[in-house]
Design a binder for this molecule. Structure first.
Ligand SMILES: NC(=O)c1ccc[n+]([C@@H]2O[C@H](COP(=O)([O-])OP(=O)(O)OC[C@H]3O[C@@H](n4cnc5c(N)ncnc54)[C@H](O)[C@@H]3O)[C@@H](O)[C@H]2O)c1
Length: 337
């Protein structure tokens, strides 16, 4: 029985990169039945709703989603569908691996770290207000709870155990934000006692940012609160070549959504030059999540080979190829095995 996965191609380059990914997964023998669904700007234009009820119902039913980028209007208009989906399905763990890749231009060659970002709390709960009439003062509330801290920190340690990783670094600012990130650190120290085989350390966020660009190979798994995780996970992507080559997962207790973290790239839509690697790596995370490790491994190995061939890679990877030539080359490599 194939595993049913809701596929939201998304806006802009979403259609091009999802078609490439579907082609590659099929070549690798992934046993998936795609359930197409709409969200984002295209859904808004067609139905007056960026997150139609049909899409919510399909996700509720099938529990797994692969999602392309969604256009979000800046300043006004509908609110981010990405944020709505995370909240609706309580996708509390944002997981972002960043690994150096052959052939991808970057400042480092031995980065292999995974960021676990708490996805539901911190400063991202939307509690902001002006505190005077002329709107010259504003404040924002951050929420951290023991329960939410516990589950994301445990998710990071469990991942370490399951993937044979050695070390978890908890990142905080408990010297200044003593109550909120202080609580996060306190919970981390407690949870760490349940995982004696995994090294545990903590680091203040500003030092962490510097250490990541000085000596990124010292990091294995980073776990942190929402805002710090948002920033550090993009920083980590930057260490290995950018958002075009890093996948991500948003996991909850019952549902999981895998997505490319780059945007809808309106400047290159329809030109067959969009790089599908980020969505492809997100789909590989999905395959591993559902236990289809064989096609996942085939794809990883094939991508490593293809990335060094500049004739087939997309221009953002320094290549002279297209979305199609990249996808075809990955399929060819898979068939060679
Ligand atoms: N996860 C998401 O759905 C997500 C994330 C970020 C931005 N967005 C949305 O995307 C829209 C455009 O945002 P933006 O321009 O700030 O960021 P963007 O990521 O779409 O584009 C930034 C630059 O990177 C390039 N780029 C991005 N992805 C690429 C890919 N796969 N292959 C080749 N080049 C790629 C673009 O061509 C552009 O030059 C906005 O509406 C924004 O809200 C969505």
């Amino acid at each position: 029985m194939p595993t049913k996965v809701v596929l939201i191609p998304g806006d802009g380059i979403g259609k091009e990169i999802s078609e490439a990914v579907q082609k590659i997964l099929s070549a690798a023998g992934a046993d998936i039945e795609w359930i197409p669904a709409e969200a984002g700007d295209a859904a808004y234009q067609a139905h007056g709703d960026p997150l139609p009820q049909r899409t919510v119902d399909l996700i509720e039913e099938h529990k797994l989603v692969l999602k392309g980028p969604l256009t979000t209007p800046v300043g006004s208009g509908f609110r981010s569908v990405n944020v709505s989906l995370r909240q609706k399905f309580d996708l509390y763990a944002n997981i972002r691996p960043a690994k150096s890749l052959p052939g991808v231009d970057s400042h480092f060659t031995h980065v292999d770290l995974v960021t676990f970002r708490e996805n539901t709390q911190g400063l991202y709960i939307g509690q902001e207000r002006y505190t005077n009439d002329d709107k010259s003062n504003a404040e924002s509330i951050a929420v951290v709870t023991r329960e939410a801290s516990d589950r994301i920190i445990r998710a990071a340690f469990d991942y370490a155990v399951n993937k044979g990783r050695k070390k978890v670094t908890l990142v905080h600012k408990a010297n200044i934000l003593k109550l909120t990130t202080g609580l996060f650190l306190e919970v981390g120290k407690e949870v760490a006692k349940d995982y004696p085989d995994i090294e545990f350390t903590d680091m203040i966020v500003d030092n962490c940012a510097m250490q990541m660009v000085l000596r990124p190979e010292q990091f294995d798994i980073i776990v942190t609160t929402n805002l710090f995780g948002d920033i550090l996970s993009d920083l980590a992507s930057g260490l290995v070549g950018g958002l075009g080559v890093t996948g991500s997962a948003n996991m909850g207790k019952t549902h999981a959504m895998f997505e490319a973290v780059h945007g809808s790239a309106p400047d290159i839509v329809g030109r067959d030059i969009a790089n599908p690697t980020a969505l492809l790596f997100s789909s590989v995370m999905l395959l591993e999540h559902i236990g289809q490790n064989e096609p996942a491994e085939k794809i990883r190995k094939a991508v490593d080979k293809v990335l060094i061939n500049k004739n087939v890679c997309t221009p953002d990877l320094g290549g002279r190829g297209t979305t199609q030539s990249y996808a075809d080359a990955v399929c060819e490599e898979i068939k060679k095995k």
